[in-house]
Design a protein around this ligand. Structure first.
Ligand SMILES: *[C@@H]1O[C@H](CO)[C@@H](O)[C@H](O)[C@H]1NC(C)=O
Length: 185
């Protein structure tokens, strides 16, 4: 009796594995990726909202998507800050902080995230990771420029850029691990 149960369980298990794997939808890959990232809710929210118009997604696709989303936000931020914030910003300290952040966001958008995306194309995930970390540090430095200010106009964006970069890095880690495993054979 017991043996039969065990046998049946094993049989179900063996039958289920391939079918589960083949029906792994985008959503469950997304879930799996985000569960291992340090910001689960931001991860699922961000990726789920952009995934629909894409036909095929894999781990690399999600990494690229995250980079594109954070780059879009950082680019718009840079534009807004360049256009309006400086004039609207009061006080010398605040103005100086904004000017520093423009330089930092320029680096984030036009150097680090651009090169991260280029490296994605070349499957050079080590470089992607380095660039993504560099971008997140620049956002942190920008935030620190407002340390002594009463208002922190870029607080939400700086946090968003940092968190999304961390999410991207955690996705890229999976790719690095995957590469490591396949090259071991
Ligand atoms: C970037 O994202 C942050 C956090 O969601 C948001 O507050 C900010 O408005 C966004 N910036 C742009 C330019 O969309």
């Amino acid at each position: 009796m017991k043996l039969i149960t065990i046998f049946l369980e094993m049989a179900t298990f063996i039958i289920l594995i391939p079918s589960v794997q083949s029906t792994l939808s985008h959503t469950s890959l997304l879930e799996q990726i985000c569960r291992q990232s340090p910001h689960y809710h931001l991860c699922t929210m961000t990726l789920r909202s952009s995934i629909n118009h894409r036909s095929k997604e894999d781990i690399a696709g999600f990494a690229r998507l995250t980079l594109e989303i954070v780059k879009a936000n950082a680019s718009l931020t840079l534009e807004h800050v360049q256009k309006g914030y400086i004039q609207q910003t009061n006080g010398l300290e605040q103005k100086r902080a904004m000017r520093d952040c423009i330089a930092l966001y320029n680096m984030i958008v036009n150097v680090h995230l651009r090169e991260a995306l280029n490296a994605m194309e070349k499957y050079d995930y080590k470089i992607v990771k380095q660039r993504v970390y560099a971008a997140s540090i620049q956002a942190e430095i920008c935030e620190n420029k407002f340390k002594n200010s009463l208002t922190k106009p870029l607080k939400d964006t700086n946090r968003y850029v940092q968190n999304l970069c961390i999410i991207a890095a955690s996705i890229v880690n999976k790719l690095l691990l995957q590469n490591h495993l396949t090259s071991a054979y």
